[in-house]
Ligand binder design. Sequence first.
Ligand SMILES: Cc1ncc(COP(=O)(O)O)c(C=O)c1O
Length: 400
Amino acid sequence: MSLLADRLARVKPSPTMAITALATQLKAAGRDVITLSQGEPDFDTPDNIREAGIAAIRRGETKYTVFDGRIELKQAICGKFKRENGLDYETSQITVSNGGKQVLYNALVATLSRGDEVVIPAPYWVSYPEMVLLCDGEPVPVACPQNNGFKMRPEDLDAAITPKTKWLILNSPSNPSGAAYTEADLRALADVLLQHPHVWVMTDDMYEHLVYDDFEYKTIAQIEPRLYGRTLTVNGVSKAYCMTGWRIGYAGGPRELIKAMGAVQSNSTANPCSISQAAAIEALNGPQDFISKNNRKFKERRDLVVDWLNRVPGLHCPRPEGAFYVYPSCAGVLGKSTPDGKLIETDEDFARYLLEAEGVAVVHGTAFGLAPHFRISYATSNEELVDACTRIERACQSLR
Ligand SMILES: Cc1ncc(COP(=O)(O)O)c(C=O)c1O
């Protein structure tokens, strides 16, 4: 009998984490490497939030809490959903986990039976299909190419739905493309979903606050109340509040689903960190003005990278609505050769070339289910981005 479960044979480790680990290894060996593969803001957690964590330690909030989050945090989350999304949830409809990642995983563990299908627009966050596979489900990627703005068209959604479809996973703004769905885009998808009452919607709104150019953010249960009863609205403090290490994610949804997710969590990790919960209450209830300040910097960086890459021969970079990623096409460099004679056949070859030749770590598009592209995270300083773009340009100019 083999040690590892059969289902593990279907799962790959996260390629984004693998590339970041390789870049860290190269750096440790003395190479000058710029890491553009990380999925977290470079800004520190704001002081008031850090102080709330310290105060919680001083008050002795160092014990177990309710397994799916303290009532005060659930109340703060209900307040956020009402204030920012016009969504009414009661505390019994809220669950809090160790990051958005655990929220999504709990929901899939709690609902997927062998062979259930999950529709995932591609490019997608790398963990969605792997989580579905870990739960014995079947990921159904739907290509959403650049000429559709990396967004799923209603007709493509309709064609992907079968009697076995359990979930549609939506992620707006998207990791990796930065694309965000407008109210009209969501309306069109909602109209399709209303025709298929057996399909549930998991909307991953992790990058909600990171939108630029006056983009008006909406989430699907808000624009179509008839979907509220079969939507899990997932969010968290990791990205907008610069709290990736604190590990707090949450969701609002139908009571039956929330209870089932709680059953999974109470028997696995139990409560998210008590200190992080105190900090998350401050994040949600405290001042929000630092978000727009950070966004001004993110927007400037996005424009710097997009404008630069569009001057580079062989690359084409759409200007995304949100998140802190761009997802340029590298179709124009495929078929060329590196100065030492290696043929660039795929986006993976191109990403490896950037790392080896110029010490720039990016993630190849194949990892996100849509090639030939690569993902750049611009959550780093302007100086580092200028240096990285200079190197990418030089690498492309050296191709023959
Ligand atoms: C689209 C998306 N969803 C969820 C997560 C997970 O967030 P957390 O760090 O809160 O687990 C990430 C993190 O990279 C993400 O990019």
